[in-house]
Design a protein around this ligand. Structure first.
Ligand code: IVH
Length: 664
């Protein structure tokens, strides 16, 4: 294809994508694809400078301002950033910088927050106007909306702040707030947002500021527009210090780096750690530190030569949804799973992804045969974000959940108010298999030798029809399992025997009672001490355990009320499975005697488990949720929603040092 034709094609596709993304908040292609198209255009234009026109997407910065809001003129243009996709591209960026600068330079590395860029104008210390980036020169004026963002100061803290200041930064939505927002939307029957960035951008560009306020936006400042007028600041690092001093939130992980290798180390560190944050980051912004050097370097077109964005590997891709298959979970849930045309995402080939439940499939209008956007975030299972509607050429049928369990054929039921359909047959082989797999897993009874394959064989041969049957296995029975020799059988029986003494916590975890994971199992074991006591416990008695809410209490009660479950436990007991735990006797005199603490965020001096142990030794108790009964909430780095809950309820808040003091 001639270059001119391809350039035209790329421009149209890119402009279309810009509009979908920035104006409609409804991206149709992944960031990675966009970047690839953009790069191809940049490269082509570089080879054919005569074909560059002022209306090419390479000649503008970001989005088109929509006409719903008044225009906001930036005091200085808001620049965009060139990209670097690996360490070598960072090294070439650095080589270019040093060549033009004529000397070595130091850098500031900042997390690239995945939100929405805004600029804020302060007149004699008062917030006057705020706007989106728009095309870099003119954006949308959204002052009333930005005023609802608590992290944006309405008045600067420093009396010596300059007469006029344009601060810049990123408005974003915390992942925890995003999840709450989407849960509310699902409850209200409106489609969930695809990601926090779209939700944030939509919130800033609401016509009603009340709606903006409801979304609980956050903000990090990362630069000053009219920095040439701020005399006391000589470097980017000082600019951030200055912003902090006058009242802005600045990201705590900003790091000054002596050379590009230090920058590269920062980038690879955060590429692996990004999921530990409560906000999305999509890369690292690298800036030359001395402002004088920035001025000397200047910019090419709209991209400064003194900064670049290192982009993390994409975790989103488009592929074909070939089929939706149903698997049956441990509690009988019918889980819809996407069968995908295999696609590489961030280093692994993805073939399957979750579709959550029927509601999710319908509210996102996902249909078999669609081209879909798939996202893989860290260690979580990939999920289908939604269809690419522009790619849907034919009429595709709407997906319906089956009315019968695909494994045992029993009726499926979706109780009122629940998201999941369930198989109603407790003896359904698929459920039994999942329960067995869970029972023998590491965190539960930890029976080595019963892996997925062995568990499948045992249940398919009907040697194991419930978990108690595991302890009734004999060598005669195990000989029926194909390809199982004498030695394997002996080892297996020994491991099964050993597992009997794992104790109450592991047993409770392994039973697979709904809502009872290892933490809750620990609390129940501490407070009740035996299965018998739990069998007899009323819902109220269960609820009186700190950290056991009404949902958990009734689920535990329901479990022990079932005849089948009681019989199974009786058989476990008969086989000699240990069913008691020493009730933890709490120190009555320790520094934390009688106190309940909740931990949130990452502690720096110890793990959370270690902290819990120290607290227990001092007579205190650790609970999983904050309530009025909580005495202290210990807050580490990147705390979750427990922190805000504590603030709401007025519970005393400690940092790690505060906890240390109490323990001493
Ligand atoms: S500096 C010339 N710093 O990334 C410098 N941008 O094109 C221009 N972003 O949407 C931007 N975190 O809003 C800068 N610490 C950071 C940033 C950051 C996120 C966004 C920015 C823009 C894009 C860069």
């Amino acid at each position: 294809m001639p270059a001119a034709k391809r350039i035209q094609e790329l421009r149209e596709t890119i402009e279309d994508a810009n509009y979908q993304y920035h104006v409609l908040d409804n991206p149709q292609i992944s960031d990675a694809e966009y970047d690839a198209l953009f790069r191809e255009l940049v490269d082509l234009e570089a080879g054919h400078p005569d074909l560059v026109t002022p209306d090419s997407p390479t000649q503008r910065v970001g989005s088109i301002a929509s006409e719903r809001f008044p225009a906001y003129e930036h005091a200085r243009p808001m620049l965009s950033l060139s990209n670097a996709f690996d360490a070598d591209e960072l090294r070439s960026f650095d080589a270019r910088v040093r060549k033009l600068a004529g000397s070595d330079v130091d850098y500031v590395a900042e997390l690239k927050i995945d939100g929405l860029a805004v600029s804020l104008q302060y007149d004699r210390g008062m917030l006057q106007r705020g706007g989106t980036r728009g095309d870099g020169r003119i954006g949308e004026e959204v002052t009333p909306n930005l005023r609802t963002v608590n992290a944006i100061p309405l008045r600067l803290r420093d009396k010596n702040a300059p007469a006029f200041l344009e601060a810049r930064g990123e408005v974003y939505l915390r992942k925890s707030d995003f999840e709450k927002l989407n849960a509310n939307r699902e409850r209200a029957g409106v489609p969930p947002f695809a990601n926090p960035r779209n939700a944030a951008s939509g919130a800033v560009r609401q016509l009603d500021p009340k709606l903006t306020a409801e979304r609980k936006l956050s903000f990090f400042a990362y630069g000053i527009g009219n920095i040439d007028e701020v005399r006391q600041v000589q470097t980017q690092f000082e600019a951030l210090e200055f912003l902090k001093r006058i009242g802005f939130a600045v990201n705590p992980y900003v790091t000054r780096c002596d050379d590009i290798e230090a920058v590269i180390a920062f980038c690879s560190d955060w590429e692996t750690r990004r999921d530990s944050l409560d906000y999305e980051i999509d890369g690292v912004v690298v800036k030359v530190n001395p402002l004088a050097m920035q001025t000397k370097l200047g910019s090419v077109g709209k991209d400064p030569r003194w900064a670049t964005a290192y982009k993390f590997k994409a975790r989103e891709a488009r592929t074909k949804l070939l089929d939706i298959v149903i698997t049956v979970g441990r509690t009988g849930t019918l889980n819809p799973n996407a069968v995908l045309s295999p696609v590489p995402i961030g280093g692994v080939t993805v073939r399957n992804a979750t579709l959550h439940n029927e509601e999710y499939i319908h509210s996102n209008d996902i249909r078999i045969g669609d081209t879909v956007v798939v996202m893989r975030a860290g260690d979580v299972i990939p999920r289908v974000v939604g269809p690419v509607l522009s790619e849907r050429k034919d009429k595709l049928p709407v997906f319906r959940m089956p009315q019968r369990c695909p494994v045992c054929g029993a009726d499926a039921d979706r109780p009122e108010g629940e998201a999941m359909s369930r198989c109603t047959n407790a003896a359904c082989p698929a459920q039994v298999l999942e329960r067995v797999k869970h029972f023998v897993s590491r965190g539960a009874m930890d029976i080595e030798g019963i892996g997925d394959v062995m568990a499948t064989q045992l249940t398919e041969l009907r040697l194991v029809k419930d978990i108690a049957d595991i302890y009734a296995l004999t060598s005669e029975k195990l000989e029926k399992v194909p390809r199982t020799g004498e030695k394997t059988i002996a080892n297996l029986l020994r491991n099964i025997e050993e597992s009997k003494s794992r104790g109450l916590v592991r047993l409770l975890t392994g039973l697979g009672i709904r809502f009872v994971g290892s933490q809750t199992a620990q609390i129940l074991a501490d407070d009740f001490g035996s299965i018998e006591a739990l069998e007899e416990a009323t819902v109220d008695a269960l609820k009186s355990s700190e950290g056991v809410g009404p949902e958990v209490a009734s689920s535990v009660h329901l479990f022990f009320a079932q005849r089948a479950n009681r019989e199974m436990i009786e058989r476990l007991r008969g086989s000699g499975v240990q069913m008691t735990a020493p009730r933890r006797r709490r120190s009555q005199t320790g520094a934390l005697a009688g106190k309940t603490l909740v931990l949130t965020g990452t502690l720096s001096g110890m793990t959370r488990e270690e902290a819990a142990e120290l607290i227990a030794q001092a007579g205190g108790k650790v609970s999983g949720s904050v309530s009025k009964k909580t005495d202290y909430v210990v807050v580490g780095d990147e705390p979750g929603s427990k922190y805000s809950k504590a603030q709401q309820l007025g519970v005393a808040i400690l940092d790690e040092a505060g906890l240390d003091k109490l323990l001493k």
